[in-house]
Design a protein. Structure first.
Lengths: 548, 324
């Protein structure tokens, strides 16, 4: 890293004043690619492999036209698929199936990695003070932002190209593969632009990433709402929806690609306009002075934990409240969008009528809520490691605060915080469904309980993160990978016909599909016990290890 | 080293000892950070803790604070075990780290109060006095402080606490000369109250002004301990002399180093302890003019920092004897 930094002055000698405010961009891009030489190619491969494995599984799962027609009919009859996966346009070909089933997840991963890459090479460099070192060398005002955007853009484009090549490689239609790859790449570019803007707005890299990630969340919900209601235009407002509306492998609507391209340009223009309005290391929103003395309540490490966690927790609570209310309202009457052809009516009948469809929809929602909510648990746990590496734990542990007390203050927000996020969502999901189906008293407890049944699985994810933090602190960040693996196994394992032993690795596999299926307490007790053991081992390990 | 650990468990600390470290070892993977370090700090003294970058000062301090677990060796802090009794002992000490990082959403004043309360309360009048003395604005938030101001926050929090022991890891590396003076004044007050201070520092003037005794470490080992006067005796004086005749026998003296003879003129360094004997040799020949440069503190430290071998007194004598 340092070796590259010292190259910067040399670059200037070779091209004096050539690029002005962009001077040094090329060097910075090389530095960024050097730093990310492992992580970006790995992600591009994972994303491309996910989607192409879906395409290759399709041939084995649905070998003849009758199976494919059956799949098409059942997906059309069950709107709960559309929440997570979006609308299906062509389930008669392997490529069309992969674009439907894996379009959203490919777009999600590409977008988030692109956004984090931008933040990493812009705002995070300012956070750590490395930017000052670079800026004092010959680096133009716009160079770091340009380098970050180009690096993330290269990643998005490479991911799209790899995706297209790998899907075409397993036998999908070449034109459709290019359209799908382009749709995913352009979604990544939009979030490159989003992150370029949030890096100017936020004062810290964590905030910038959270803003970009939340933007994806909101746009995903917009798409999900549009695809599961009659207000389809909502999906057209969302870059996440555009990925599907390209209709890759079906009609290949190339013009739709102009929407994300134009959005990217507009977002970058905004970021470039905002950049000169602030100082390096500072945000656009000037910080207000704080209190000269602490309130009487700020006297324990728990009180400090509350100060550190409350912002994120409130954000998640609000987000999950909105999500619960939105999907609760959508769930009743979700059968209406299925259509009323004779074939559909028959499918409906098989699924237990409108009631059965709504229950299936609700259990999809609770599964999705749990998977997304477990990200809060990981984020809250990682906060501890962040505090440790920022050297802010030492001053606390060298007062009268013991390690377990410090940990306990954070664990409260990890475990009870996760419960609170889920409870709020469960309450509003039940309320929304109850109100729109006209039976709050009858429906609310059923939906509320069904949602809360997900809590033990979320605690297992939290427990795994705590275990990592205690046992292998340097690898705490792998908790994200672990959580992502659980989610991917649960979302795609069944359709890829993975062995049960693999499916059982994910805690979400063990949660009864309420309210659709029967309630059984045993798996929930096992999950809770697993979570407790993981947390206990993590706590013991933290007591014994070195801090710092 | 390891047998120390067994034998000094009971005898390792005396009633007057605030910190007692014997044969401390700590490795990180393949790197040996501490290699049998000894450190003894008497109650009520200001003890300078010196050594080049990466010599293990911060690692020692973090073992003393129970943040790192020692591989072997004997460590006592305020007559307790810093690893097992961390939280209890910490109520009696205050620590200022070398790198002060503050919480971005807390103001400096809030951090001072929080840390003070976690230590069991702080003196409000003292807090106000220190904030004024160090010209600190307590309303700013973590991020907006400069390095020096972040250190001031940690210093005020530590100094306003009523504790027996202060552990300061390069506490003034970001302070301006005015604030350095304020710091020295405050440490003198602290010593006047009978408290103990372990001060790791690179600022020699500060060490000279404040410390009763110093320990110098290199590569994870203690190479010298004593008062500054003790240490001065271990260093060398530079001599230039014009003699009446040709100097004889100087090169054979064990305590003479870097001897250059230019006709009747000689230049050499001599261990301060052996100055007397060297001068006698010169006067035997007859001295026409003589310049003597006394050892400075800088030289003392530079010698300890740059010697190829970790030089205890015995080792250095050995080296001098074998030198040409």
């Amino acid at each position: 890293m340092t070796a590259n930094v010292t190259h910067a002055p040399a670059a200037r000698e070779r091209q004096p004043a050539a690029a002005g405010s962009l001077a040094g961009t090329g060097q910075l891009i090389r530095l960024a690619l050097r730093r990310d030489r492992i992580v970006l190619p790995v992600w591009a491969l994972v994303i491309a492999f996910l989607a192409s494995s879906g395409a290759s599984a399709y041939e084995a799962l649905y070998p003849d036209p009758a199976d494919r027609a059956g799949l098409t009919a059942s997906v059309a009859a069950n709107p709960s698929f559309a929440i997570m996966f979006g609308p299906a346009y062509d389930l008669e070909t392997a490529g069309g199936f992969a674009a439907w089933r894996f379009g959203t997840i490919a777009a999600l991963l590409t977008s988030l990695i692109a956004a984090f890459t931008v933040t990493r090479h812009t705002r995070q460099e300012e956070d750590t003070g490395r930017q000052e070192l670079l800026s004092s060398a010959v680096v133009g005002r716009y160079a770091p932002l340009t380098a970050g955007v180009i690096t993330a853009g290269l990643f998005s484009a490479a991911t799209g190209a790899l995706l297209a090549a790998m899907i075409a490689g397993v036998g999908a239609d070449a034109t459709g593969s290019v359209a799908f790859g382009a749709a995913v790449a352009l979604c990544g570019l939009v979030f490159t632009g989003v992150a370029a803007v949030t890096a100017q707005l936020a004062e810290y890299s964590r905030t910038a990433n959270t803003l970009a990630g939340s933007t994806f969340g909101v746009l995903f919900l917009l798409r999900a709402a549009g695809d599961t209601s009659e207000a389809e235009w909502l999906s057209w407002l969302s870059p996440v929806g555009w990925v599907h509306r390209v209709r890759a492998f079906a009609e290949n609507e190339w013009w739709v690609l102009a929407l994300p391209a134009a959005t990217t340009l507009a977002l970058c223009a905004v970021a470039y306009a905002l950049l000169p309005k602030r100082d390096v290391g500072m945000s656009l929103i000037a910080g207000r002075p704080g209190r000269a003395a602490a309130k009487p309540g700020l006297r324990t490490s728990l009180a400090l934990s509350w100060r550190l966690h409350r912002g994120a927790l409130i954000g998640w609570l609000v987000g999950f409240a909105v999500m619960g209310m939105l999907f609760g309202t959508l769930a009743s009457g979700v059968g209406d969008i299925v259509g009323d052809s004779a074939e559909m009516k028959q499918m409906l009948q098989q699924m237990g009528g409108a009631r059965g469809i709504e229950d299936a929809f609700l259990s999809s929602i609770t599964g999705m809520v749990a998977m997304i909510g477990s990200m809060y648990a990981v984020q809250a746990t990682l906060r501890m490691r962040y505090e440790e590496t920022a050297l802010r734990v030492e001053p606390l542990l060298t007062t009268g605060v013991g390690r377990l007390r410090w940990l306990g203050g954070h664990l409260l927000f990890v475990l009870a915080g996760t419960a609170a996020v889920l409870t709020v969502c469960a309450a509003l999901l039940g309320l929304g469904y109850g109100l729109s189906s006209g039976d709050v008293g009858g429906e609310w407890p059923r939906v509320f309980g069904a949602t809360l049944a997900q809590l033990p699985a979320m605690w297992v994810v939290a427990g795994a993160a705590v275990l990592l933090f205690g046992l292998v602190p340097r690898a705490t960040v792998a908790a994200w990978a672990l959580a992502a693996a659980f989610v991917l196994i649960s979302m795609f394992g069944p359709i890829l016909e993975l062995p049960q032993a693999v499916l059982n690795v994910s805690p979400f596999t063990h949660v009864p599909q309420l309210p659709h299926a029967e309630f059984t307490a045993t798996p929930l007790l096992w999950l809770t016990a697993t979570a407790a053991v993981l947390v206990a081992v993590g706590m013991t390990a933290l007591r014994r290890r070195d801090i710092g | 080293m390891t047998d120390n650990a067994a034998s000094t468990t009971t005898s390792g600390t005396t009633a007057h000892e605030a910190i007692g470290v014997a044969g401390l070892r700590k490795t990180f993977g393949r790197t040996t950070a501490l290699d049998g370090l000894d450190l003894h700090v008497e109650t009520g003294e200001v003890h300078g803790f010196l050594g080049p970058n990466g010599s293990g000062k911060s690692t020692t301090i973090r073992v003393l604070l129970g943040l790192l677990h020692a591989d072997s060796g004997d460590v006592h802090l305020l007559h307790g075990d810093p690893w097992r009794q961390a939280a209890t002992l910490h109520r009696r000490l205050a620590y200022v780290p070398g790198d002060v990082n503050l919480w971005p959403n807390l103001s400096g004043g809030e951090v001072i109060d929080l840390l003070g309360r976690l230590r069991g309360g702080l003196d409000k009048r003292r807090r106000a006095e220190l904030i004024e003395r160090f010209e600190l604005d307590p309303t700013k938030k973590g991020r907006t402080y400069s390095k020096g101001n972040r250190q001031k926050v940690a210093l005020v929090a530590a100094l306003a606490s009523d504790v027996e022991l202060l552990v300061l890891d390069e506490p003034t590396s970001g302070l301006d000369p005015l604030m350095e003076a304020a710091f020295q004044e405050t440490i003198r007050e602290v010593r006047g109250q009978g408290r103990t201070v372990l001060l790791s520092s690179h600022i020699l003037a500060e060490v000279e002004a404040l410390c009763d005794r110093v320990s110098i470490i290199r590569a994870g080992r203690t190479v010298e301990t004593g008062t500054l006067d003790d240490l001065r005796h271990l260093t060398r004086t530079s001599i230039s002399a014009e003699l009446a005749g040709h100097p004889n026998g100087l090169a054979n003296l064990p305590h003479v180093h870097d001897l250059r003879v230019d006709g009747n003129t000689v230049h050499f360094d001599v261990d301060t302890d052996a100055l007397d004997e060297a001068l006698r040799r010169l006067t035997d020949v007859g001295v026409r003019s003589l310049t003597s440069t006394p050892p400075t503190l800088e030289e003392l430290f530079l010698r300890h920092y740059t010697d190829e071998l970790p030089g205890t007194e015995a080792e250095r004598a050995e080296k001098a004897r074998t030198a040409p």
